[in-house]
Design a protein around this ligand. Structure first.
Ligand code: LCS
Length: 389
């Protein structure tokens, strides 16, 4: 029945089980371990012959509620909560990849995702090819008999390129390749990659899902079989599980995701238009603008354009940095999806793991600035940009 609820209802109620005390809000199970009534029962739990909790690295009631909620929202059979978005990236990829396998990935991704794929996976004997996923022919050409996974974010952090999920998953499927999509920028409310053929979806729950800037967390969503593998083969031993306290905070944050996203999207739309019409702005990257290359996929694969905007000023690097420093209401910080509006400089911050040449290949220019539009009044946000110009 939860599958049939509208997503605003799922955000509030999905995954919740009535507490015997009558507590409206689920209690926080802040316990590292769970007791057995007998040694035999402990043995049965470890053998998988009896359901029940054992030890929080293997599962916890608060974390399970979050996993059930996110799975329902993504239309997944199951989900696993992780200690960070990076733990979600690494858990997802390590669930599929072994020595000798090949990964095809977008050449433009969050900076630490990039360094995980280009520095760490090769150390374990996984070959990686990076491509521009707007170019379906290039993706097709990169696939080899050893390719196991196609990985991309859409829209891309930081320049908001949009990739055609259905076209890419269809191509991958033809070659027996699994597709893993990072849905952080959209959340399941604006985009559901599994319904477009993806095999696994990951999130940095640090961002919109939690929405309050006080937790680092991640989610991995997919089939029961793959999530069991992620949980009981990768997370169990690599150890990047989410703390129940942080799961509880995300459960609280998610209840308001629908109302928060409406404000993020409507303000971002107005700010993108403002910047696009400003004489001192060179380029604006926001899928909500008709001039954006990914605009055709708005309404098709993404319901709205989200709350992140990238732009370039008609200024050199020093002039762009001086503009950032003149802002008073916008806060200079990385991360996104919080109540506070944030601005950052990808080349020197989130995407500094790229070399200058790699950034150029990925279309991340040196004077690109990225905004995460928060929940403040939009007129105040525009007024602050205006005084900084
Ligand atoms: N995926 C995407 C698309 C991200 O933007 C990030 C972090 C991650 C994964 C990793 O998530 P974390 O481990 O931080 O929870 N993006 C950041 C950003 O743009 N600014 O600061 C972090």
């Amino acid at each position: 029945m939860q599958d049939r609820w509208k997503q605003a209802t799922q955000l509030v109620h999905a995954g919740h089980e009535k507490d015997p005390s009558g507590a409206l809000v689920s209690p926080l199970y802040q316990s590292a371990t769970f007791t057995f009534t007998s040694a035999e029962q402990g043995g049965r739990r470890f053998a998988g012959d009896e359901p029940g909790y054992i030890y929080t690295r293997l599962g916890n009631p608060t974390t399970s509620e979050l996993e059930r909620k996110v799975a329902v929202l993504e239309g997944a059979q199951a989900a696993a909560a992780t200690a960070s978005g990076m733990a979600a990236v690494s858990t997802a990829l390590l669930s599929y990849l072994s020595q000798g396998d090949h990964l095809v990935a977008s050449n433009a991704v969050y900076g630490c995702t990039y360094s995980f794929m280009t520095e760490h996976l090769p150390r374990y004997g996984v070959k990686v090819s990076l491509v521009d996923c707007k170019d379906i022919a290039a993706v097709s050409a990169a696939i080899t008999p050893q390719t196991k996974v196609l990985f991309f974010e859409t829209p891309v952090n930081p320049h908001l390129d949009v990739f055609d999920i259905a076209a890419l998953t269809a191509l991958a499927r033809e070659h027996g390749v699994a597709t893993v999509v990072d849905n952080t920028f959209m959340t399941p409310l604006l985009q559901q990659p599994l319904k477009l053929g993806a095999d696994m979806v990951i999130h940095s729950a640090t961002k919109y899902l939690n929405g309050h800037g006080d937790v680092i967390a991640g989610m991995v969503c997919g089939s029961q079989e793959m999530i069991d593998k992620a949980k009981y083969e990768v997370l169990k031993d690599f150890g990047g599980v989410l703390s129940p306290r942080d799961a509880w905070l995300i459960l609280r944050g998610m209840k308001t995701l629908d109302v928060r996203l409406s404000r993020h999207c409507s303000s971002a739309g107005q700010i993108a238009e403002y910047l696009d019409n400003h004489p001192l702005v060179d380029k604006v990257y926001y899928p909500g603008l008709k001039t954006h290359k990914g605009h055709a996929l708005l309404g098709k694969q993404m319901k709205q354009a989200g709350g992140v905007i990238a732009f370039e000023l008609k200024q050199d690097l020093a002039g762009s940095i001086a503009f950032v420093n003149r802002l008073k209401l916008w806060t200079i910080a990385v991360s996104l999806g919080d109540a506070e509006s944030l601005i950052q400089h990808p080349a020197s911050m989130t995407h500094s793991p790229y070399s200058p040449e790699e950034r150029q290949a990925a279309g991340i220019t040196d004077n690109l600035l990225r905004l995460s539009v928060g929940l403040e009044d939009c007129e105040d946000l525009i007024a602050d940009l205006a005084q900084a110009f």
